[in-house]
Design a protein around this ligand. Structure first.
Ligand SMILES: NC(=O)c1ccc[n+]([C@@H]2O[C@H](COP(=O)([O-])OP(=O)(O)OC[C@H]3O[C@@H](n4cnc5c(N)ncnc54)[C@H](OP(=O)(O)O)[C@@H]3O)[C@@H](O)[C@H]2O)c1
Length: 281
């Protein structure tokens, strides 16, 4: 199977390249393909004639998007339209990676794939617009919402906590947002499985279980042997970031499990595996 990946140099993109290594891959980084350039996207997909496109390119800076909505929508919505339109002529199935920030976080339980999105941020709105582009232009697609990603080769919360702890900076972390930290390699393997099975549709895919950012910080430090470093729990209001985040980001992996697939391993096990494999982190 020939698989073209957009955003292949990103954190998830790198994990996808590894997870799909047994396939014929066309990994296109931002430098090689800018998804906002519709004609370049059309040419790249036409020339490669892939069996599947995995669209992992996005502007993922949540606070950056809040300050520049035009750029957010150009990359995350129009960029996704360009990819979907380029997939149309040959009916190429496309896998679009989306986000828990689609939801407003007011639900008491984990979100199901059919729950009504209501993004609180420009980032969430622009990613949701990308979903709409995929749905309206393609018959065969996977829309996979995930959350709180971390992994090798990226900038993320796990790395930021360790860097701050090692620098002796004070640690203040919000305890009023809950979600499921997800390791990029676990997600990438699950995406590869969905693609191979041609199991089209909308999915939620995360490591199992959930925690607050504060719980996650404590666990990172404990696993890294830095458990004596104090962490202060604060509220989202105390942090006052430009973009609002949902308080409940938990995504129930209902459609994945309905296929008979086992849940992804727990977030704690995935975090341990990551920190033990990247001791320099
Ligand atoms: N990170 C999370 O916690 C999280 C949670 C839920 C969903 N997601 C989704 O997961 C996917 C992968 O995200 P990630 O965490 O791997 O983020 P990432 O490391 O920022 O990867 C995104 C990649 O897209 C590239 N990109 C940005 N603008 C582009 C453009 N105009 N054309 C082509 N490529 C462009 C970036 O390149 P540059 O670095 O050069 O800009 C980067 O390599 C995204 O769709 C994201 O929305 C992420």
């Amino acid at each position: 199977m020939k698989v073209l990946i957009t955003g292949a140099g990103g954190m998830l993109g790198q994990a996808l390249v590894q997870a799909l290594h047994s396939q014929e891959l066309i990994p296109l980084s931002h430098q090689v393909l800018d998804v906002t350039d519709g004609s370049a996207v059309r040419t790249a997909i036409q020339k490669a004639a892939p069996d599947v496109v995995v669209h992992a390119a996005a502007w993922t800076s949540v606070d950056g998007c809040e300050g520049d909505p035009d750029r957010a929508f150009s990359i995350n919505a129009v960029g996704t339209r360009n990819v979907a339109l380029a997939c149309q002529p040959r009916g190429t199935p496309c896998c679009y990676v989306s986000t828990d920030y689609d939801f407003d976080g007011t639900k008491a339980n984990p979100y199901l794939e059919w729950d009504r999105p209501n993004p609180l941020s420009v980032y969430g709105a622009s990613k949701l617009a990308g979903e709409q582009e995929i749905r309206s232009h393609l018959d065969r697609f996977w829309i996979v919402r995930t959350s709180w990603l971390y992994g090798p080769g990226g900038r993320h919360f796990v790395g930021a906590i360790l860097d701050k702890a090692k620098a002796g900076d004070p640690l203040r972390v919000v305890d009023d947002q809950i979600g499921s930290p997800t390791l990029t390699s676990d997600l990438a393997r699950a995406l590869a499985r969905l693609i191979r099975a041609q199991a089209y549709g909308t999915y939620h895919l995360t490591n199992a279980g959930a925690c607050s950012w504060y719980d996650l910080a404590l666990k990172i430090l404990q696993i890294a042997g830095l458990g004596t470093i104090p962490v202060k729990a604060i509220s989202s209001e105390d942090l006052a970031r430009p973009a609002k985040r949902p308080q409940n980001s938990r995504l129930r992996n209902f459609c994945w499990e309905a296929l008979g697939y086992p849940p992804l391993r727990s977030w704690e096990k995935a975090l341990e595996a990551y920190l033990h494999s990247e001791p320099g982190r």
